[in-house]
Design a protein around this ligand. Structure first.
Ligand SMILES: [Zn+2]
Length: 64
């Protein structure tokens, strides 16, 4: 059985500056782990689900 986690977890470069970014497991709060994508230029997205964070980040590229 092969895993395609790399493609599922693909993160597009920053839509503002083009830098490579990664999605990281962030801080714990009362509900669980938060995930975030943060760029050195200051643009960031975070949320409770990694897939949701990635999806929203990736959509930013075409949003603007
Ligand atoms: Zn950036």
């Amino acid at each position: 059985m092969s895993t395609d986690e790399n493609t599922e977890r693909k993160v597009l470069p920053c839509p503002c500056c083009g830098s490579e970014v990664t999605c990281s497991a962030g801080f714990q709060n009362g509900y669980g782990t938060y995930y975030f994508v943060k760029c050195s230029c200051g643009l960031s997205i975070n949320g409770q689900f990694e897939a949701d964070v990635l999806q929203r980040w990736n959509r930013r590229e075409s949003a603007g």
